[in-house]
Write a protein that binds this ligand. Structure first.
Ligand SMILES: Cc1cc2nc3c(=O)[nH]c(=O)nc-3n(C[C@H](O)[C@H](O)[C@H](O)COP(=O)(O)OP(=O)(O)OC[C@H]3O[C@@H](n4cnc5c(N)ncnc54)[C@H](O)[C@@H]3O)c2cc1C
Length: 483
């Protein structure tokens, strides 16, 4: 198969027997659920665009293992060009969906697990790398979407996994059998789990010997026995049930997160990629986080492009696109957005080959990229809200606009420039609301803050990678200091 069409992807998701809960009820068919469907549509776009000749270079790559063309989301980076193409692809998808398209976590997990399993096998003579490659080839052949599950609920943040009051607050091995392991725990904030065929589970942080049972990585189907998921609420999510498209801001696309429970799930030996080699937990986390921090220099930039465009359209409809401070604010939004892109491209361009053969981003620059992502989208949103005006949060509903009695008043009094319909003005303001405060704000704002690690996690990496000793030596040499 190698490349699925968007429709084939949707049909493949229907065949899964996932245990999904939302609003206290089991969802029988997540694919057709009006709250969840927009998030599936975003993932579908990763398949749709891969079919188009004009996007072939960005959306696909040739697998070095099979010689077949595969979706870039299942690719193992072979060069710095691959790393840069990844970021450009993510920007494109952000532009096309204005939402989180969810498939990056799996791609980032593939590349981190690929090099880390190679290193573990080298030290311990295990077969994790071969196990992983077998899984990867199957994913490439079937063009699967794979969730990347790292974040544990973590309970008391001041305590190590083994020291928690409840031992299940970090996912761990509860039984070792000749044919595999049984795992128990949960993974929080799982982006796109419901829209994925498989999941790669990784530890959430560096671990010591006492946490051996928590140092575990594996893959399994998302509908494996013992897995169930509880969908996270998003601001304004039930607007999707009201039958008023305009009020959602982005009627077609969205993102989703879930709390995923692993209630004694059996993992066969050939799906295990780390099992007790605790000193590699930190290596795996650092590499996954590095790739994921690079990702944000693409996806958030693409969504930012849509928000900047929406703010400029709102200024047009308000009748003040040429006012100097509005023009300057839009320039500032573009400057911030392109700075994020520059960081994503820079950490890719300076990537290096690992011993396993794939390419790793420059970790310092990837962390700088994500640190900026924890700030700039907030400023971009602030400027968009400034330009949009208060109506983006006080406008009446689409049903009021359509009402025969009050609709004409809404139409009359909420018009901006006379040449543009009130309907179009409200549509663009709803899109800005969606990106700033509504369902997409999960992906554009809070995910920018915490996704791939909260800001402090990057600052720790910057302090480790920043080589302050070398910088002090430079200063002493210039100042002719001899100690
Ligand atoms: C929208 C969204 C999507 C996400 N998608 C995924 C996904 O697909 N897969 C996945 O695995 N994860 C995902 N994440 C999880 C993300 O990686 C975490 O949110 C992040 O690592 C922070 O963890 P937390 O949310 O538990 O925050 P917390 O750990 O509760 O952090 C809150 C604050 O406490 C500080 N803090 C926490 N512990 C300590 C400590 N020991 N010492 C000092 N300060 C501390 C943090 O720096 C932060 O300021 C997603 C998150 C979001 C918001």
């Amino acid at each position: 198969m190698a490349l699925m069409t968007g429709e084939q992807y949707v049909e493949s998701m229907r065949k899964l027997n996932m245990q999904v809960y939302m609003f206290g009820k089991k969802i029988e068919c997540p694919v057709d659920d009006p709250i969840l469907r927009p998030s599936l549509n975003s993932v579908k776009m990763t398949y749709d665009l891969a079919q188009l000749p004009e996007y072939q270079d960005l959306m696909t790559a040739v697998s070095p293992y099979t010689g077949k063309r595969v979706n870039r989301f299942t690719h193992i980076h072979q060069s710095t060009q691959d790393l840069m193409n990844k970021v450009k692809m993510q920007r494109l998808l952000g532009q096309k969906t204005a939402a989180c398209f969810q498939r990056c976590v799996g791609m980032d997990a593939f590349n981190a697990v690929f090099s880390t399993t190679y290193d573990i096998d080298k030290k311990y003579g295990t077969t994790y790398h071969e196990n992983f490659k077998k899984f990867l080839l199957n994913v490439q052949e079937l063009d699967y979407t794979v969730d990347g599950a790292m974040t544990d609920p973590k309970g008391d943040r001041g305590l190590a996994p083994h020291a928690q009051a409840d031992p299940d607050l970090f996912l761990h091995v509860v039984e070792r059998r000749p044919d595999g392991i049984v795992v128990r725990g949960a993974k929080a904030h799982q982006t796109g789990f419901i829209n994925s065929h498989e999941v790669i589970v990784m530890p959430t942080m560096a671990m010591g010997e006492d946490d051996k049972d928590y140092a575990v990585a594996f893959s399994c189907p998302t509908d494996a026995e013992g897995i169930f998921m509880i969908v996270g609420r998003q601001s304004c999510d039930t607007r999707k049930l009201e039958g008023a498209e305009m009020d959602t801001g982005n009627p077609t696309f969205g993102g989703m997160e879930a709390l995923v429970i692993f209630d004694d799930v059996f993992i066969p030996n050939d799906r295990i990629y780390l099992n007790g080699e605790f000193e590699f937990a930190g290596v795996l986390v650092e590499r996954f986080a590095g790739y994921h921090r690079q990702s944000y220099g693409g996806c958030k930039v693409g969504v930012g492009d849509v928000l900047i465009g929406a703010a400029a359209v709102a200024a047009d409809y308000n009748g003040c696109p040429k006012v100097s401070h509005i023009k300057d604010k839009i320039i500032e939004m573009q400057h911030l957005n392109e700075t994020l892109f520059a960081c994503g491209i820079a950490c890719s361009a300076l990537g290096t080959k690992t011993e396993s053969g794939n390419y790793l981003i420059d970790l310092l620059l990837a962390n700088v990229c994500k640190q900026n992502v924890t700030r700039f989208p907030y400023e971009i949103v602030r400027l968009a809200e400034d330009i949009a005006g208060g109506l983006m949060v006080t406008a009446p509903s689409e049903k009021d606009l359509r009402d025969p009695k009050i609709g004409p008043y809404v139409d009359k009094y909420l018009r901006g420039v006379a040449s543009v319909s009130t309907e179009n003005r409200l549509k663009i303001l709803r899109l800005i609301e969606n990106l700033s405060l509504g369902t997409a704000a999960v992906g554009y704002r809070t995910e920018s803050m915490h996704g791939a690690g909260s800001p402090q996690a990057q600052r720790i990496m910057i302090s480790r990678q920043g080589n302050l000793r070398m910088k002090k030596a430079l200063a002493k040499e210039i100042a002719h200091i001899k100690e």
